[in-house]
Design a protein around this ligand. Structure first.
Ligand code: GLA
Length: 400
């Protein structure tokens, strides 16, 4: 028998459990809203890596506005690894000497009508060996929220030694459970702050993260290892995304890593391939170049609004490979289809590619527009044959 005081206590605990339980899905629904379309912005890593400074980030924010990128949809200004300093006596994370005042930096970014992102790891150290969030998850989330952070990239690296420590047999099930728990822990910590923060999971696609990324709160999850500024790396990553389309939806996106457009290791045609493929894949568009030094070609690629519109299409359906290897299709909200036809650099001579409209589910003639030539192609019948440049792409929008 329980007495009334015990009864009330039980009822209160139960209520608490129910309330906490209902709070999490509500917060998750709110967080999904934050990334209703794939996040767009800039990240410091691909160009600045471990040398990034406060003033580089301010310049990126300035350039994002001055170049027109903000108005084209790029909003996040994300500082990647190497901003972290020591913890203070109370365990609060501080930035290092290259970032004198994170709150002031966030305020600066916000004053430009942009959003501010940051980076950490579930391990004690980050990939670059700086301070991670292990054992300080709630404290760090609170600090980030206090600074005005809007986006967190949470990168596995540093947790791996801990997983090995607790799971010396390397049982895949146990390791996977620990990894998921670590990501869920930061999800809960972010929710607890009450500040909407986009949650970007970075663990390189291990253990098929696309199957559980949403469950641990991910708005986006990296599907592969790091990209580098070469056609080979970009194409390997981009074209290997076939099959992942069923895991993406508004609020939750596959992330084949950041853009390399403008970094100098690829030709303009090859960068157009990255931009087109990423748009077909409904991938986050996080520029990774030095925005303060962009030539006109780079700007025209990053700010091709017709291609961006494909990436940001409200329906939120990730595109798929129609026929291996070159033709990719993405259904759009207004019934149109975006189609990208690619030639590989490995083709000695660029090959003609024929797109048959009935393969897209269209019967009869279709309207067509070339999204890189910015040109209406008029009404087309049955099929369209083009020769995309080597390593390049022809991207079309087709509708009835
Ligand atoms: C990992 C990530 C990269 C970058 C670096 C920083 O390699 O995948 O995107 O964040 O860490 O150390």
């Amino acid at each position: 028998m329980i007495n009334m005081t015990q009864y009330h206590l039980c009822a209160l605990i139960l209520m608490g459990v129910v309330l906490a339980g209902s709070h999490v899905p509500a917060a998750q629904a709110q967080s999904a809203q934050l990334a209703a379309t794939p996040p767009m912005g800039w990240n410091s890593w691909n160009h600045f890596a471990g040398k990034v400074t406060d003033s580089d980030v301010r310049s990126a924010a300035d350039a994002m506005v001055a170049s027109g990128m903000r108005d084209a949809g790029y909003v996040y200004v994300n500082v990647d690894d190497t901003w972290e300093g020591e913890r203070d006596a109370q365990g609060n994370i501080q930035s290092n000497s290259r970032f004198p005042n994170m709150k002031a930096l966030a305020d600066y970014v916000h004053s430009k009508g942009l959003k501010f992102g940051i980076y950490s790891s579930p391990g004690p150290k980050t990939c670059a060996g700086y301070e991670g969030s292990y054992g300080h998850e709630e404290q760090d989330a609170k600090t980030y929220a206090g600074w005005g952070v809007d986006f967190l990239k949470y990168d596995l690296c540093g947790l791996r030694p801990i997983i090995r420590l607790y799971d010396p047999q390397q049982d895949p099930k146990k390791s996977s459970a620990m990894m998921r728990e670590a990501y869920a822990k930061m999800r809960d910590a972010l929710i607890k702050t009450g500040r909407p923060i986009v949650y970007s999971i970075c663990q390189y696609g291990v253990d098929s993260v696309w199957e559980w990324g949403e469950e641990v709160g991910g708005n986006l999850w990296r599907t592969t290892d790091d990209i580098s500024d070469s056609y080979r790396s970009m194409a390997l990553i981009g074209f290997s995304q076939a099959g992942l389309e069923r895991y993406a939806k508004p609020g939750h996106w596959n992330d084949p890593d950041m853009l390399e457009v403008g970094n100098g290791g690829m030709s303009a045609d090859q960068y157009r391939t990255q931009m087109s493929l990423w748009a077909i894949l409904a991938a986050p568009l996080l520029a990774g170049n030095d925005l303060s030094k962009m030539d006109e070609t780079t700007k025209s690629i990053l700010m091709n609004r017709e291609v961006i519109a494909v990436d940001q299409d409200k329906l939120g359906i990730q595109g798929f490979r129609l026929s291996p290897p070159q033709i990719w299709v993405r259904p759009l909200a207004d019934g149109a289809k975006a189609v990208a036809l690619f030639n590989f650099v490995t083709d000695d001579v660029p090959q003609p590619i024929t797109l048959r409209f009935k393969d897209l589910g269209f019967s009869g003639p279709v309207h067509a527009r070339d999204l890189w030539a910015h040109k209406d192609l008029g009404i087309l019948h049955d099929s369209y044959t083009v020769i995309p440049p080597m390593g390049g792409v022809v991207m079309l929008r087709l509708w009835k």
